[in-house]
Design a protein around this ligand. Sequence first.
Ligand code: HEC
Length: 124
Amino acid sequence: MKYIWFLPLSLLMLASCDDHLLGTTESAPCVRQPPLTYENFGLPMIEKNCAGCHSSLHAGIDRSNAPVGVDFDTWDGILLWADRIHVRTYEDLTMPPTGGLTEVELDDFDEWMRCEVFPNAERF
Ligand code: HEC
């Protein structure tokens, strides 16, 4: 009984883990050369699969109900939404709404997010 305080404390420590780091252990390390970057991978991938709805250039009906402000047509927009982008695309597979990404595309997307986006998103 003496150490019963330890349980809530360790749960608290677990809960406070930075979820940017989730997935870093079981996934491939960032060793690809040249690496996947915003220019050579992220931008074209997002433009093809997401920015048709999630773009500050789209308003009203053109957004197909994508919430206003959830825009990925800029690097800062991607950094701001990094966690949710990763969850919806890679973890839950609920974006894009119609699916369509291959396993290889999803793995590359995860690698790009872990190796370039998340390290930069920490300043947000
Ligand atoms: C056909 C239009 C469309 C496309 C393409 C699309 N989305 Fe969405 N997105 C939506 C709609 C509608 C919502 C609001 C409903 C919802 O959350 O499911 C949404 C909500 C979101 C949200 C905010 C809600 C949350 O869970 O935090 C994120 C993040 C998101 N989408 C990421 C993406 C990513 C990343 C892509 C590309 C891989 C993408 N979406 C492609 C329509 C789209």
